[in-house]
Write a protein that binds this ligand. Structure first.
Ligand code: NAD
Ligand code: IPM
Ligand code: MN
Length: 364
């Protein structure tokens, strides 16, 4: 039978804690699926710096290149925050995305039943939210030329926001395709009133839109979008935007769901291979306490099954299991109202496994 190769990068902070729970789910899936997994662990981020003095060892790149999918926890932490730019943990993530050509970062934002009471936004504002942020991931200000120098007038630093037309076109096309299969609404977010790169972006969206007459397109300036996304989140379907805008807007959108610990992501390129990771970071403030929410990582596994292994049934089984456990009112501290009892990371993982077992009994 089919064997899929999965590279697993636990990383730093809560990374190893949440990846451990996600691995329980993967092993459980393997027991019930017709395929099996060949798991290879790899080092990246602070963990790699500590062991081999580079954030992204060549061996890790190679393991990921040979894999059918990559699972990543999170990288980074205060221990390495004063490292020079090339020796920062975050460099590993950027390098991996770029090296493997994962230019499309899919970040779904859904309100799970029961969470409307636990989000800090009002229930009537967030009821029914189902949107997805498509973030360009291998271009823009993250990857343009960087400079830092001392001049007569003072020290100067710059980050270049640069895009080729083809980089914009491929992410825009992918977003139209996604909108076609959803509510047929696409919001392109930019800063075209100020940035030349945004004006190129906008003109490409307008050109590509002609190929998708069924999709209703609008353009929104990013500052306005940051406001609208928490004011009337149900107005959105697919949001497409450049790298840094997407980074910021998706963390903001996490507030709708009630916790950033519920936000998974898939980073895709050409082909079926993908990088799957929660949108949150290594959460140094709670690392080592066993209280991190593993849902985002577990839901990223669901996305892996969907996009890389074409097993929609198993993906939905995982999503239903997470949804049910949360609907039952149990969760890690980020998921319960203050003062309410919470369970810890591994208990949460076990609850989801239990729920999955029932799913198979019902028959997926
Ligand atoms: P963060 O996302 O790590 O944490 C922000 C807040 O959300 C913290 O209060 C944290 O406790 C909470 N949080 C995050 N994930 C959670 C979870 N699963 N369960 C419960 N609570 C959770 O952002 P930050 O503090 O700005 O960054 C910390 C480090 O992580 C930095 O070094 C940053 O560069 C790195 N980072 C890495 C990634 C990644 O690897 N993909 C993403 C974002 C940030
Ligand atoms: C994310 C993170 C990363 C990003 C950092 C850690 C490089 O914030 O995945 O959202 O900005 O892309
Ligand atoms: Mn981010």
């Amino acid at each position: 039978s089919q064997t899929y190769k999965i590279a697993v990068i636990p990383g730093d902070g809560i990374g190893p804690e949440i990846v451990k729970e996600a691995m329980k789910i993967l092993h459980h899936i393997e027991e019930h699926a017709s395929y099996s997994f060949d798991i290879q662990y790899a080092l990246a981020g602070g963990a790699a710096l500590d062991q081999v003095n580079v954030p992204l060892p060549n061996e890790t790149i190679q393991i990921c290149q040979e894999a059918d999918a990559v699972l990543l926890g999170a990288v980074g932490g205060p221990k390495w925050d004063h490292n020079p730019p090339e020796l920062r943990p975050e460099k590993a993530l950027l390098g991996l995305r770029k090296e493997l050509g994962f230019y499309a970062n899919i970040r779904p934002v859904t309100l799970l039943p029961g969470m409307e009471e636990r989000s800090t936004l009002r229930p009537e504002v967030i009821d029914g939210v189902d949107l997805v942020v498509v973030r360009e991931l291998t271009g823009g200000i993250y990857f343009g030329e960087k400079k830092r120098e001392k001049t007569k007038q003072g020290e100067i630093a710059s980050d270049l926001l640069v895009y080729y037309d083809y980089e914009i076109e491929r992410i825009v096309r992918l977003s139209f395709e996604m909108a076609l299969r959803r509510k047929k609404r696409l919001t392109s977010v930019d800063k075209a009133n100020v940035l030349e790169s945004s004006r190129l972006w906008r003109s490409i969206v307008e050109r590509v839109a002609k190929d998708y007459p069924e999709v209703v397109v609008d353009h929104m300036l990013v500052d306005n979008c940051a406001m609208q996304i928490v004011r009337r989140p149900t107005d959105f379907d697919v949001i497409v935007t450049e790298n840094m805008f997407g980074d910021i807007l998706s963390d903001e959108a996490a507030v709708i769901t009630g916790s950033i610990g519920l936000m998974p992501s898939a980073s895709l390129g050409n082909g079926n291979k993908g990088l799957y990771e929660p949108i949150h970071g290594s959460a140094p403030d709670i690392a080592g306490q066993g209280i991190a929410n593993p849902s985002a990582t577990i839901l990223s596994i669901a996305m892996m099954l969907r996009y890389s292994f074409a097993d929609e049934n198993a993906a939905q089984a995982i999503e239903r299991a997470v949804t049910q456990v949360i609907a039952d009112g149990v969760g890690t501290p980020d998921l319960v109202k203050s003062g309410q009892p919470a369970i810890c990371t591994h208990e949460f993982g076990d609850r989801i496994i239990k729920r999955l077992e029932q799913e198979w009994k019902i028959g997926v």
